[in-house]
Write a protein that binds this ligand. Structure first.
Ligand SMILES: NC(=O)c1ccc[n+]([C@@H]2O[C@H](COP(=O)([O-])OP(=O)(O)OC[C@H]3O[C@@H](n4cnc5c(N)ncnc54)[C@H](O)[C@@H]3O)[C@@H](O)[C@H]2O)c1
Ligand SMILES: [Zn+2]
Length: 373
């Protein structure tokens, strides 16, 4: 694997590049310097990533003449809160970080969102560099500038749009990722295939097994495709006033499943996989998509193992949560629905009976290999 890729996110004077770097951190320091960053930076990461990968990042930065403060937080979604933001700021201040210090978010989406929020607000904003280390973060959350923490009353309720100055993605770093996290990232990858990249979708049809085995060339192929899709969408609609909403395919039902399981039963990407199945079924029931296209979508999603039983969820709760989602406009749920592989359409109102039926069907989901009874 030696294919270096650079993908531009076009946002005027806030444009930036996603560097997909198969050779690791070798050229990171020089690139940061070119972007006017340094010599002082602050790496924010979690304990898992710190143990596995922080020494090599620090070594590369040190060799490139950077001096790095570090803040290591406990892992997990529960850390994405204002209290942890305050702790990170305390640590930055104790390490004498100032307005010239860039924050490097080194981790999955939790670290990216939290450290991004810190960068947006620390001393009214310092430069942000994203170094995503989960597949989900590499293909999705590190790009696009949405940064946030959770509030007890809702996920991502406190946040901002704050674009990084660059994103540095090392596909090989995913080799240490637990299988379940790889599956979560694949949820978003399949989504990009369905919403706008039929070539990527066809690649998944032929190569999903080697992707699941974390083959380097395949990772590079899918990460490149997703970053370029997300970069284009964000470039055209940074603040989700139109096109960016297509990224929510699978998320309307998915978020409700996630919330119904109190964010413990299902991980985000798993919920999105199941949400895409349900929403494809809605599109099929509306006659929007030909049956053979439905079959292709269902086949690919079913090959990505979601080892969770939805036995404990009930349809009423899930439907209620869908109505309360922050993306529901005045109580009407807007769906992003597929019309074929590679193309989706927004649909403003869907017969509640069709939605209920699709939700009831998805709640039959059991881990692959077990009976639905
Ligand atoms: N900002 C956005 O646009 C956006 C988009 C999608 C999701 N998100 C957010 O992203 C978060 C989920 O992110 P996530 O799925 O990356 O979860 P995560 O950050 O919790 O990471 C998952 C787990 O993998 C570990 N990990 C990370 N990199 C590793 C590596 N290379 N090797 C071994 N272990 C590693 C982490 O420590 C953690 O335990 C959610 O909070 C969600 O709201 C944000
Ligand atoms: Zn998502």
């Amino acid at each position: 694997m030696n294919d270096w890729k650079e993908i531009r996110v076009p946002l005027g004077d806030r444009s930036y590049t996603v560097h997909i770097a198969p050779d690791g951190f070798v050229r990171l320091a020089a690139t940061l310097r070119e972007r006017g960053i340094g010599p002082r930076v602050a790496i924010v990461t979690d304990t898992h990533v710190a143990k596995l990968h922080l020494p090599s990042l620090k070594k590369a930065l040190r060799a490139g003449g950077f001096e790095a403060a570090t803040v290591v937080i406990p892992p997990g979604e529960r850390e994405k809160n204002l209290r942890r933001v305050s702790d990170v700021v305390t640590s930055l201040l104790r390490q004498k970080c100032d307005r010239q210090t860039a924050v490097i978010a080194f981790g999955g989406g939790v670290v990216g969102d939290l450290a991004g929020f810190v960068a947006a607000t620390f001393q009214r904003g310092v430069p942000l560099v994203q170094i995503p280390t989960t597949l989900l973060a590499q293909v999705d959350s590190a790009i696009g500038g949405k940064v946030a923490v959770n509030h007890p009353m809702g996920k991502n309720m406190i946040g901002a749009f704050y674009q990084p100055v660059c994103v540095w993605t090392v596909p090989g770093i995913l080799h240490t990722l637990p299988d379940r996290e790889l599956v979560c990232g694949l949820g978003e990858v399949v989504k990009y295939g369905i919403i706008r990249d039929p070539g990527l979708f066809a690649f998944l049809e032929s190569s999903l097994d080697s992707v699941l085995a974390c083959e380097d060339d395949d990772l590079l192929r899918i990460i490149g495709a997703c970053c370029s899709a997300k970069g284009k969408i964000v470039g055209r609609d940074e603040r989700e006033s139109g096109l960016r909403a297509i990224l929510n395919f699978g998320h309307t039902v998915g978020h409700a499943l996630e919330a119904g399981g109190h964010f413990r039963l299902l991980k985000h990407g798993e919920a999105v996989l199941l949400g895409m199945l349900a929403e494809t079924e809605i599109a099929a029931a509306l006659g929007m998509i030909p049956p053979e296209q439905v079959e292709r979508i269902v086949n690919v999603i079913n090959r990505v193992p979601v080892n969770v039983s939805l036995r404990s969820l009930d349809a009423r709760t899930v439907l209620r949560l869908m109505h309360h989602d922050k993306k529901a406009v005045r109580g009407t749920i807007r769906f992003v629905l597929p019309v074929s592989v590679g193309r989706v359409r927004m649909v403003a109102s869907v017969d509640p009976k069709i939605v209920r039926h699709a939700v009831e069907r998805i709640l039959q989901h059991r881990p692959p290999g077990t009976s639905a009874a």
